[in-house]
Design a protein around this ligand. Sequence first.
Ligand code: ZN
Ligand code: ZN
Length: 396
Amino acid sequence: MENTIEDQTAPEKTIFNAIGQGDLTEFKNILMQHKGSVDFFDENGMTALQHAAYKGCKEMVQMLLDRGADVNSGKHEYNYTALHFGALSGNSEVCKLLLEAGAKSTAANSVGRTASQMAAFVGNHHTVATINNFIPRSEISYYTVLQGQQSEPYLPSFLVDPLHKFVLGVNIHPVRLALNLQHASGLLDNAEKVSKVLEMLCKKEMTRGSETNEVMAFKYHYLSYIIREINNIRDKQKPVTDSNKEEKKYDIVEIFSKKLLKPGKDGYSLDLMDAFLKDCVREFPYRECTTFHQMVTSLTSKDPPPALSVINCTINGQRGFVDAIPYCSTCGEEKPAKKCSKCKSVQYCDRECQRLHWFVHKKACNRESSVPAPVNSKVNVDAAEITSELQNLVAG
Ligand SMILES: [Zn+2]
Ligand SMILES: [Zn+2]
């Protein structure tokens, strides 16, 4: 390798420049040429990992962690951790990487704020939810170990990663959960085991004494309830051969979402979804806890918010699905990438979400396409493609 001037400079000088400028190529070069510890400190006691987290650069954070960067290290004068900086950047993926690497979400800075509180303070709601919903992988893998007289564990080990990912999901819209389950290998095929493990996790959260986490307990109960419901639909389906197994999975999500997205008598409110979710709250086994009481109070108030909003507020500790941010009309995902090419008044994650919602939207679409659409330049519209696809689907 040629010996350039940069090669002779101390890596801690150049690496902070590379991070500051978001120069990934330069960053990689520095790391490749440096063999020792990557816990570099700048003159303010901030580590390279903290800088990368603050920059919100997932690749840099990942590379530093791969090289053994200490996730809880730092001599920042206000005791900010890498997770605090990640929370401030608003990049939820960065926060997830840090948490997976063992970042302590309870660590407070010098004014007593945790990373999640800092994220809330600057309005990074998705990041707040990501941090608050995080659980270590070991919580799930615990159930793959044989207990007592068991001949097989509660959970086969190949389900640990898909289930961990499913539990960490921030979007708790039932249709999104159904889609996530459909895409996760093995979870639906083992629905009974998975839902049992979730119920055990729920119980565990409620019996931790002073560490009891009612919110996480409710989330486990909620996820278990959704999986059981989808599994019930599956059981009612006629047996099918292996050749159309894929198609069958697709249909289950469609049946489930048609049930939930069906508009009520007023053509707008989602009465069936509401009833379904209220049943879920009612079935929560820990009726003495504060979380349960708050939900019931809210759901039985004079002008109750939709049950989905109540559950979302409970689990994600914030607003429900508000109008200020665009949402996928099917699954509630924030800032979806596409919109209906014809009327431009509804947005979707992708074709799958659009397809699932078409039975509701088709009536409104023709009506609304005559009204000028709101301008949203940030949305990447794949209009012609969606339309032709959709027409095919409708025709078929
Ligand atoms: Zn969607
Ligand atoms: Zn439309």
